[in-house]
Design a protein around this ligand. Structure first.
Ligand SMILES: Cc1cc2nc3c(=O)[nH]c(=O)nc-3n(C[C@H](O)[C@H](O)[C@H](O)COP(=O)(O)OP(=O)(O)OC[C@H]3O[C@@H](n4cnc5c(N)ncnc54)[C@H](O)[C@@H]3O)c2cc1C
Length: 455
């Protein structure tokens, strides 16, 4: 009798991180009859779609939530929420003791690249703010039960960045400051309207100008030239003419964003020192740079003080270090980066999605053509007046799909696990699911865990 309740021999793969990349890999594997355990640190599985992509992307976020739901809602997928690898689950134990066929890390890039001035991190939340927690706050603070970090945005904030996400940061600042300025005059405005139409038309509808609000705009500092800003991808095989056209497009994108959101911009600027007063970071020393042969050089003795009540660092996200995963500088160290293989062995360890590149743009530039890059940038920046946003890019979806297929092929070359082993692993999974109150109904759990006022 006991033998009849044993599961069939099969592969069992743990996927760490349930969002865009993780859910796609899980689906591909599950459709090939692999048992997939999806381990996610948060209650909900949406990763940067929920906590990174700013909440003015209303439809895009909802669509992507449902795409992820559809992928994860599969009988061969076992969702284990509220379980963080490295905190609730030890990587060494998962790899050595569980006896899995493979582990796939699709845990994204959640660590802000450190601000490039020694000692800066002691001023976090005392004048220095990092992009990831700031956007998390922006996306969630309207929820009645929000209990995460809170930020009081200030006029004249300094933003250090230059990529797409830093444009979102300056948009958040300018929109929030405009809302505040209007509220001070007893006017309640809509964040979505300001994002869609831009600041001036909305202020004009109230017979106001930005100058009349009396709010110092934020300033975005970038270490290279406008033409170097990674606001659109230039394909590696682009002709010189095409590459030049794309560089010009970058300048146009920035110009449009500035026109719409009225922020200041300084290129060729790099932070080289801290200004601290009364136990707070009150500014940074900003040096000039020169760009020659693609390299940035800091001009000696060019530092000048840039004071601001708040400095936001938006210089990129890198994978969180996980004890047991070899790292090389900011990124994990791969046995074969071409196939996302981190560690070989009985339980092979792979990585996929943002975590594979760390910076998230090397692979992007491989898969996305020039037109798509421009398209992403425009949708990302929300600069199109119709407000019709692209879905999370077909190129990005295709990329994770291809990664999943590649991994499935490699994993299927291995021996399936015996029924007894599968049962043993599933007993561990059920124990964890019970401990956190997940009873196996994925859609029911999502309903229960979705705040009624989530945007
Ligand atoms: C401000 C901003 C704007 C953006 N705008 C766009 C846009 O307009 N268009 C576009 O295409 N892309 C955009 N992106 C990028 C896009 O959102 C991400 O690249 C993409 O969603 C990443 O997907 P992912 O699955 O690789 O990683 P993530 O979405 O980061 O998923 C990783 C998952 O792993 C979980 N996790 C992390 N660590 C652990 C752990 N230790 N244990 C268990 N679980 C863990 C996380 O909770 C998360 O669910 C934007 C990003 C930002 C920050």
């Amino acid at each position: 009798m006991a033998a009849s309740v044993l599961p069939d021999p099969t592969h069992v793969v743990a996927v760490i991180g349930a969002a865009t990349a993780g859910s796609e890999i899980a689906r591909i594997l599950a459709e090939r009859r692999t048992t997939v355990i999806v381990i996610e640190q948060n209650p909900r599985p949406y990763g940067k779609i929920e906590d990174g992509l700013p909440r003015w992307h209303v439809k895009q976020r909802r669509d992507e939530y449902e795409e992820i739901n559809k992928r994860l809602d599969h009988p061969n997928i076992h969702y284990v929420p509220m379980t963080r690898l490295g905190r609730d689950l030890d990587f060494g134990m998962l790899r050595e003791e569980w006896g899995l066929s493979a582990v796939v890390l699709s845990n994204g890039a959640w660590r802000d690249r450190p601000f490039p001035v020694a000692g800066a991190d002691q001023w976090v939340d005392q004048g220095l703010v990092y992009q990831n927690p700031l956007i998390y706050w922006f996306n969630h603070y309207p929820e009645a039960n929000y209990n995460g970090p809170r930020y009081e945005l200030t006029p004249g904030t300094t933003v250090v960045g230059g990529g797409l996400a830093s444009i979102d940061v300056v948009k958040v600042l300018q929109i929030e400051m405009a809302l505040k300025g209007l509220a001070a005059r007893g006017i309640q405005e809509d964040m979505l309207k300001l994002e869609r139409e831009g600041l001036e038309p909305v202020l004009k509808s109230h017979n106001l100008t930005w100058a009349e609000l009396g709010i110092a705009p934020c300033t975005l500092y970038y270490r290279r030239r406008v033409l170097d800003m990674p606001l659109s991808d230039i394909a590696p095989d682009a002709t010189p003419k095409r590459a030049e056209a794309m560089r010009m497009a970058r300048a146009k994108i920035l110009e449009k964003a500035q026109r719409k959101f009225l922020f200041e911009f300084r290129d060729l600027s790099v932070p080289t020192g801290l200004i601290v007063e009364n136990g707070r970071l009150t500014g940074i020393q900003m040096s000039r740079t020169e760009v020659a042969d693609g390299k940035v050089r800091t001009v000696p003795d060019s530092a000048r003080p840039v004071t601001a009540p708040m400095t936001i660092s938006s210089i990129g996200s890198i994978p969180e270090p996980i004890p047991g995963i070899p790292a090389s500088g900011e990124v994990y160290q791969y046995a074969n980066a071409g196939v996302g293989l981190l560690l070989e062995g009985r339980t092979a360890i792979y990585a996929a999605g943002n975590v594979l590149t760390g910076k998230g743009n090397i692979k992007d530039s491989l898969v996305s053509g020039t037109e798509i890059g421009t398209h992403i940038a425009e949708a990302y920046l929300g600069l199109r007046p119709e407000g019709d946003l692209a879905p999370l890019t077909e190129a990005a979806r295709e990329r994770v799909h291809q990664e999943g297929l590649r991994m499935a092929a490699s994993i299927n070359a291995r021996e399936p696990l015996a029924g007894e082993k599968v049962a043993e692993i599933m007993a561990r999974v059920r124990e964890r699911q019970r401990a956190i109150g997940f009873e196996g109904d994925f859609r029911g759990w999502i309903r229960k865990m979705t705040p009624p006022d989530l945007q």
